[in-house]
Design a protein around this ligand. Structure first.
Ligand code: ZN
Length: 302
């Protein structure tokens, strides 16, 4: 390609990306960003306070965590919608395999079903699915992924009646041992290909994919219908904790615009959900400040 046509190509690519500089209606809040009612974390806002604060600021959607919903799925779903917001997702399935998963497959299935039913009652666009780490004693990512694939396939069948989409989320390889034997978008797309159920989709999270130079290619391979979520945060160069020290967008080293370009070029046009786990920084601040910062960073650096 000549330098002239390369420039045209790049301009064209930038032009087709959504412009968030003056419109943040595609911004969603994952309540993890406020501590998601995790014991002792965040300001402990009730769902109603979170809904009102997001509605006031013009967010488009909220993704909830199960611990916040309890038995109030219908009610919180309705409350979210009546404030003009959508429920972009529910976090999450149990870990399916590995050291953090329930002890037997049947227990995993039972809890997985409960999470699908809650997502359905809530009217959530998708349920986030966490693969879980390597099966103890197996020393095998391959065997672990096979079992994950088998469980997800079974649960996609179960989900058929409610239509809840399962958003399988590949996690950063630092979690390979305990939280997710699924560590690349490549393997997530392969899983979708094996299961071949349109309810099995992929969630793309900056924290987990920012390092992956094959991202654009793999997302093209996935296709628009298989991408059900895009999660925003940043990777801090000097992170102190890979679980609870995520950066706010713009504070780290991830190329946020180029990652979004890859997601949108693959056809995704849904919500961009801020998901910042930050025990010692953002969870200690006033939630009003956190939400204002989300909006400002979304408009300027995402
Ligand atoms: Zn995520």
């Amino acid at each position: 390609m000549s330098s002239g046509s390369l420039l045209c190509y790049q301009l064209f690519r930038l032009e087709i990306m959504r412009d968030f500089s003056k419109d943040h209606s595609d911004l969603a809040l994952n309540t993890a960003t406020l501590g998601h009612l995790f014991e002792g974390c965040g300001a402990g806002w009730l769902p109603e306070e979170v809904i009102d604060a997001c509605a006031t600021r013009g967010f488009g959607a909220i993704a909830w965590w199960r611990r916040e919903i309890g038995k109030r799925a219908f009610e919180i779903g309705e409350r979210t919608r009546s404030a003009g917001l959508e429920v972009s997702g529910l976090c999450r399935s149990p870990f399916l395999v590995g050291p953090l998963a329930p002890s037997r497959r049947q227990n995993v299935i039972d809890d997985f079903k409960l999470s699908i039913e809650m997502a359905s009652d809530l009217g959530a666009r998708c349920l986030t699915v966490c693969a879980g780490g390597v099966i103890e004693g197996s020393h095998s990512i391959t065997e672990s992924l096979k079992e994950v694939t088998s469980i997800v396939a079974e649960m996609a069948q179960f989900s058929q009646s409610s239509g809840v989409r399962l958003a399988v989320e590949p996690l950063n390889p630092v979690y390979g041992g305990n939280r997710s034997c699924l560590v690349t978008v490549r393997d997530a797309v392969d899983m979708c290909e094996i299961i071949k159920n349109p309810l099995v989709t992929i969630a793309v999270d900056v924290y987990h994919v920012w390092w992956d130079l094959s991202l654009a290619y793999e997302l093209e391979r996935a296709g628009a219908d298989r991408i059900s979520g895009y999660h925003l945060c940043d990777w801090l160069a000097e992170t102190t904790d890979v679980l609870l020290d995520r950066g706010m967008m713009g504070d780290g080293v991830a190329d946020l615009k180029s990652i979004r370009e890859s997601v949108e070029n693959a056809g995704y046009s849904g919500y961009c959900e801020v998901e910042v786990f930050s025990a010692n920084n953002w969870w200690k601040r006033d939630p009003n400040e956190v939400l204002d910062t989300c909006v400002e960073r979304f408009r300027t650096v995402c």
